[in-house]
Every structure is written in C-alpha cells, then in structure tokens.
Design a protein around this ligand. Structure first.
Ligand code: NDP
Length: 256
C-alpha cells in the first residue's frame, strides 16, 4: 500500500458532524479509510451520513454522548462489530468549554468538562486498545488545544483537560509503542467552527486574536484535519508522542 493512502484502514472519529471532526471524517474517507463517527444529535448525524454517502465516502455513525461511560462502551462495541474487531485509527475530537473565572466554576461544570474532554478520551483509548492492537498498525490522535500549552482566556478547567491530553499523548506513545500503536496530538488555535462562532461577532476579540497571530487570520477546520490525517498515514510511521500546534504561529509569538 502507498505511504500516502489510508486505503483498507478503519477509523473512529468522535464528534464528526461539525467543525474539525467533520473535516477529519471527510479527509480520512477521501484518503480511503472506512470511518465510524458519533454525535449526540441524531437528525444532524443522519443528514451528514446522507451527504457522505452521496460523495461516495464509506462512513457509518451512531448516536453517542461521549461523556457517558455506558455510551462509550456501546460506541466501541458498535465500532468493533462494524470493523470486525480491528481499528487502525482513533481520533479523540469531542471537546466542549464553559468560559468563566476560576472562582466562579461549579462542581457540576468541573465534572462535565472533565468527563467530556478528558475522561472520554482516556476511556475510549482503553476501550480501543485491543482493537488497535489487533489491527497490527494503530494510530491515536488527540485534539487538544493551544489552551493546553499556554494560558488563554478560555478558562482553567478547559486548559487543564487539554494539558492532560497533551501529557497522555506522551504516556500512551511510550506505553503502547510495543503494540505498534502511535499516539500524537494536534493542538488547534482559533479555528472557524460552530464552537467559536459567537467569538467572531466580538470585533475587539477578533482584533486581539489577529494581531497576535503571525498569519493574521483564524484557521479553517480543514487546516487542522490535514495534520490529523497526515499523522495517521504510513508516511508518518516514525512520528509518535508529539504535540503539534496548528495556530498560525500564535503560540510562538510572545510579543506582537
Ligand atoms: P464543534 O462544536 O464545531 O463540533 C463539535 C462536534 O462534537 C460536533 O459534531 C458535536 O455534535 C460533537 N459533540 C460535542 N459534544 C459531544 C458529546 N458529549 N458526545 C458526542 N459528540 C459530541 O467543535 P470544534 O470542531 O470547534 O472542536 C473540536 C475539538 O477541537 C474540540 O476538542 C475543541 O476543544 C478543539 N479545539 C477547537 C478550537 C476552535 O477554535 N474551534 C480551538 C482549539 C481546540 P453534537 O453537539 O450534536 O453532539
């Protein structure tokens, strides 16, 4: 098989109906992978599945709230049955945020953010491990954030979940290398998705982001999914344990 193709591989992408997850599903499918994805909204999921079918992509999907342990188990059982027990690629993409000063967070907000962003990724890795190992050639990509690398106004709980994903990338890369599973992490900066739409209306904030960003604009979801896809290719076979920022240079620009 080609070093630049995913033909014959299987992939599970969480949160694939919008934004970075959607772009990732489409790019993996374009490269030849068979993909399973999930989201909470059945109507939107079915809509996407129809669009993908009409484009000739091999994508299936199930409704799953990844913050629920029980639903995560069901999701992996489904993926296992669709892919005959063999998974090449796991993309831990789902992430949510609540922006607040640290002193204002409630215990419930803490639990929800931890469960959705961090615990879901951790548990899905545990559940996927036998399938990734069985495939003989596994690749995990976490979608963290530049907020897990540097401080941002995005809030401390979100930053903590993303920082933990960055560390988990290194732990699992070393622990599971013997099983032929590579583990990497993509840390996006400001990317135009439904997630950041409200931000785009705040002109002052947009100006601050742009002035700090050497490339002078927000990113597009496809500019993140292209790296995610690359990390899963045979061409990336010696890359593991890495965290790469896709942020137009924002995090290396300390004094704009
Ligand atoms: P979007 O809000 O555009 O899309 C999120 C996707 O995840 C949707 O398909 C959504 O569907 C699904 N989803 C959300 N919560 C759950 C859940 N509990 N269970 C299952 N599916 C869920 O997000 P983005 O594409 O912007 O973000 C993707 C990742 O990138 C996140 O981890 C985010 O933290 C990270 N990121 C994004 C940045 C940005 O600027 N956009 C910057 C840095 C990091 P539904 O709501 O129907 O369930």
């Amino acid at each position: 098989t080609s070093r630049w193709s995913l033909s014959g591989t299987t992939a599970l992408v969480t949160g694939g109906t919008r934004g970075i997850g959607q772009a990732t599903v489409e790019e993996l499918a374009e490269m030849g992978a068979t993909v399973h994805t999930c989201s909470r909204n059945e109507e939107e999921l079915n809509q996407r599945l129809k669009e993908w079918e009409s484009k000739g992509f091999k994508v299936s999907g199930s409704v799953c709230d990844v913050s629920s342990r029980e639903q995560r188990v069901q999701l992996m059982e489904k993926a296992s049955s669709v892919f005959d027990g063999k998974l090449n690629i796991l993309i831990n993409n789902v992430g949510i945020n609540v922006w607040k000063p640290t002193v204002d967070y409630t215990a419930e907000e803490y639990s929800t953010l931890m469960a959705t962003n961090l615990e879901s990724s951790y548990h899905l890795c545990q559940l996927a491990h036998p399938l990734l190992k069985a495939s003989g050639n596994g690749s995990i990509v976490f979608i963290s954030s530049i907020a897990g690398v540097v401080h941002m106004f995005s809030g401390s709980i979100y930053g903590a979940t993303k920082g933990a994903m960055n560390q988990l990338t290194k732990n699992l890369a070393c622990e599971w290398a013997k099983d032929n599973i590579r583990v990497n992490c993509v840390a996006p900066g400001f990317t135009k998705t439904s997630n950041v739409k409200p931000l785009l209306e705040d002109k002052d904030l947009v100006d601050r982001v742009v002035s700090r960003t050497p490339l002078k604009r927000f990113g597009e979801a496809q500019e993140v999914s292209s790296l995610v896809t690359f990390l899963c290719l045979p061409a990336a076979s010696y890359i593991t344990g890495q965290i790469v920022c896709v942020d137009g240079g924002m995090t290396v620009n300390v004094f704009p």
